[in-house]
Design a protein around this ligand. Structure first.
Ligand code: CO
Length: 144
């Protein structure tokens, strides 16, 4: 299938992968102490009801997410599927433009408008029915 011209250059790279976990303490032990990854700051993202432990593999980011509220979508994910890969996030330069482009291309979205993400980013999720079962996020990150 030929790629529509408008979609070329939309994704600048992989921003992070996010893994749903039940226990950030156990994650810290696995990712920092056993695997030797760097980082370890926890940030609460109130909008999504999660705490996020960010670890770095070189310059690649892994976000370990755990529910901070009972009504968090991640709590529902853990109850339904258990811990594991939650989503992948693509870096974009201009999230409004990216959402408009995807909308125009008929790609189903969860978020029509960007919401606040961790560490000053703006994010939006695509609908997993539009992305072959993989939950995908767009990230506009002023720091990367
Ligand atoms: Co994410």
């Amino acid at each position: 299938m030929e790629e529509p011209e408008v979609l070329r250059g939309l994704v600048l790279g992989l921003h992070h992968i996010a893994i749903a976990v039940e226990d950030l303490g156990a994650s810290r032990e696995l990712y920092l102490d056993r695997l030797g990854l760097a980082g370890g700051e926890v940030e609460r993202v109130a909008d999504q009801g999660v705490d996020v432990l960010v670890v770095m593999a070189g310059n690649q980011r892994v976000e370990l997410v755990t529910p901070a509220a009972e009504d968090s979508p991640v709590a529902a994910f853990l109850a339904r599927r258990g811990p594991g890969l939650h989503h992948i996030a693509w870096k974009v330069a201009d999230i409004e433009a990216a959402l408009a482009t995807l909308n125009a291309a008929g790609v189903r979205l969860i978020d029509q408008n960007p919401r606040p993400g961790a560490h000053g980013t703006r994010i939006a999720f695509l609908h997993p029915k539009a992305t072959a079962g993989v939950l995908m996020e767009l990230v506009e990150d002023p720091e990367s």
